[in-house]
Write a protein that binds this ligand. Structure first.
Ligand SMILES: Cc1cc2nc3c(=O)[nH]c(=O)nc-3n(C[C@H](O)[C@H](O)[C@H](O)COP(=O)(O)O)c2cc1C
Ligand code: SF4
Length: 587
């Protein structure tokens, strides 16, 4: 039996983000004194700790309420229900101003980006715990419990229940990997043989970019370094995506098995699961799975009796920053720093965590690798298309009767998914979240695949009555909020896109504004430092191209009309210069 490592027991002392979370949780904020304390504990400067605190959304320099509520503002699990604004309602009932802690210190209410509960209706985090299926009545009940100062432990448990709504099982979801079954098979072959197997399977990353997984492992294996690392990206922050949440809940063994196989192939002794802060409620479950695997010698020293095969997994929990899903930002965060994307190259496979060769893979990718190791490359290649082998797990939400997780062979059409999730009168679907592609009805025969529409998994359905332009507005705000601020094209560009789109929404825009939005979008796309900026304007360009008549309808004037008479404004200057010739006038 392998020893359960110290970092798992002493979780809160193991990482600066965990320590800060513990302070935030108990003291409701992180004071300057606490920052100095943490700086001493972690041998950092106070300014380094202060920069970490200010970077992550779930840390506050001023106290939040004993009941700290954050509503998701996603298009699927957001707080606007028809005409009813749940956030405004609870603020009214509790006499609290959004964004400010109530005078007596008991309540604070705010909003946050999508919390990954899109198949669970309007949702919120209360003291970090997801509370789902909110409606008018539930909001009233919640405000009563808060007014009575009832501890959360005494609230109805079913309010906090997050179900795994798996609607369609495919290649990965229909079969459970028995703990150790893939690993034992793998250990009978040399690492390079297993790697060739993964390469031949055609497995490509499921996190969005679709990089060849086998090649990534090979680059890492071939890179010189004192140590190598495996990192599982469980940061899932793209609005509309929740399939990794369901996989972490139901398939954690297969995930850890996939990480161990990767470790065997690349020669890593240490792995990290980077879990988004919104999924902290899954931590106990994941730690328990790890504990069981240590007990069965599936982690730790000499795994399944193979001398020299030593591998530990540690969980690091993020603190509310979408950008930490970008792999180099994630690595910065793992190192206890603000999650600012690195300049690439070098790529993580050559210089990743602590400057050493590192593989970063999505949850679904690592689970697929575990299945391939057990069932073989041909089994995997028997499904999908030429460039997209295997299956894709989709998070389906929005205007449909059956939101949830669906697994399909690659190549499935949009229409097929819409039929299965029972969505009628759909005007558009957003594939791959705000960073992805908006597809209009005429193109519903297009397919989910790397050849056509690639996606990390988000499949948002917009019915006939949905105002698509306000969806754009929601997406634009998301990017402006989540931009890490490091580079000007993204920091300024996403804010300008938000205000320009608002101008259209308000009916104050002209054709000139549209022209400028297009130019700005091209600039943000081209000159930003990382993938967030490169994709932040996609949804706007899609809408301008596919739904141009709707945009046109909101324009008050087709051409630019100045608010002031420019020629008249020059009169004073003409007088001062004693000029009145044609060149001194504006037409
Ligand atoms: C802004 C941004 C956010 C991202 N978020 C995630 C994420 O939450 N999960 C994920 O697996 N990949 C995410 N990615 C992609 C990762 O950078 C990386 O490509 C991926 O984790 C690699 O794993 P894969 O090859 O298994 O897909 C994001 C990329 C960007 C630019
Ligand atoms: S593109 Fe945006 S998110 Fe990426 S580094 Fe620049 S500011 Fe940060």
């Amino acid at each position: 039996m392998n020893q359960y490592p110290n970092h798992c027991v002493d979780f809160y002392a193991s990482h600066v983000l965990h320590r800060l979370y513990e302070i935030q949780h108990t003291e409701r904020h992180i004071s300057a004194e606490s920052m100095t304390r943490v700086a001493n504990e972690f041998k950092m400067s106070a300014s380094q700790v202060a920069s970490v605190v200010s970077f992550y959304a779930f840390f506050y320099p001023e106290p939040v309420g004993f009941y700290h509520i954050l509503f998701s503002n996603c298009t699927s699990c957001g707080y606007q229900v028809g005409q009813l604004n749940l956030l405004e309602k609870i603020c009214r009932l509790l006499s609290v101003v959004a964004g400010k802690t109530r005078g007596d210190g008991w309540v604070s209410v705010g909003e946050t980006s999508c919390i990954g509960m899109c198949d669970h209706g309007p949702s919120m985090l209360i003291n970090g715990m997801p509370l789902v299926w909110l409606d008018d009545e539930r909001i009233t009940q919640i405000s009563c419990l808060i007014s009575e100062q009832k501890p959360l432990e005494q609230w109805p448990v079913e309010w906090f229940r997050v179900e795994s709504s798996i609607r369609k099982h495919g290649l990965l979801l229909s079969e459970t990997v028995q703990p150790g079954s893939s690993l034992k098979k793998v250990l009978a072959s040399a690492p390079q043989q297993i790697l060739n197997h993964i390469i031949d399977s055609g497995l490509r990353g499921r996190g969005g970019a679709g990089f060849d997984t086998g090649k990534k492992w090979q680059f890492c294996r071939d890179s010189a370094g004192e140590a190598r690392y495996v990192v599982c990206n469980a940061d899932e922050g793209e609005p509309g995506t929740f399939k990794d949440r369901v996989l972490l809940e139901n398939n954690a063994d297969a995930l850890f098995e996939g990480m161990a196989i990767c470790a065997y192939v690349i020669g890593a002794k240490k792995g990290y699961l980077y879990l988004r802060g919104e999924y902290r409620y899954l931590l106990d479950h994941l730690q328990n799975v790890l504990k069981r695997r240590y007990a069965k010698s599936l982690l730790g020293q000499s795994i399944v009796g193979q001398a020299g095969f030593d591998f530990d997994i540690e969980i690091v929990v993020g603190a509310g920053a979408y950008i930490c899903g970008e792999e180099s930002a994630l690595i910065e965060s793992l190192e206890g720093k603000p999650g600012i994307p690195r300049i690439r190259p070098p790529f993580p496979v050559t210089r990743g965590y602590l400057g050493q060769p590192t593989v970063v893979n999505n949850v679904e990718t690592l689970i697929a690798a575990a299945h391939i190791a057990k069932n073989g490359r041909d089994w995997f290649k028997s499904m999908g298309t030429e460039e997209s082998t295997g299956s894709k797990i989709l998070s389906v939400s929005g205007d449909c009767r059956k939101p949830g997780v669906y697994e399909y062979p690659y190549g499935v059409s949009i229409q097929q998914v819409l039929d299965d999730c029972e969505a009628d009168n759909v005007q558009a679907v957003q594939i791959g979240g705000p960073a992805g592609t908006m597809v209009a009805r005429k193109d519903f025969s297009r397919q989910i695949s790397f050849e056509d529409l690639s996606t990390g998994g988000s499949f948002l359905v917009f019915g006939e009555n949905c105002d698509l332009l306000s969806v754009n507005q929601n997406f634009a705000r998301f990017f402006a909020h989540e931009s890490c601020g490091f580079c000007t094209p993204c920091r300024v560009g996403t804010s300008l896109l938000t205000s320009s789109w608002q101008k259209i929404m308000d009916g104050r825009a002209t054709s000139l504004d549209i022209h400028e939005i297009k130019q700005l979008s091209a600039l943000v796309k081209r000159y930003s430092h990382c993938g967030l900026g490169h994709t932040a304007a996609n949804h706007i360009l899609d809408s301008l191209q596919q739904f141009s008549e709707r945009v046109e309808k909101r324009l008050t004037r087709k051409t630019f009309t100045p608010q002031i008479d420019l020629d008249a404004a020059l009169e004073a200057a003409r007088k001062m210069t004693e000029r009145n010739d044609a060149d001194a006038h504006l037409e």
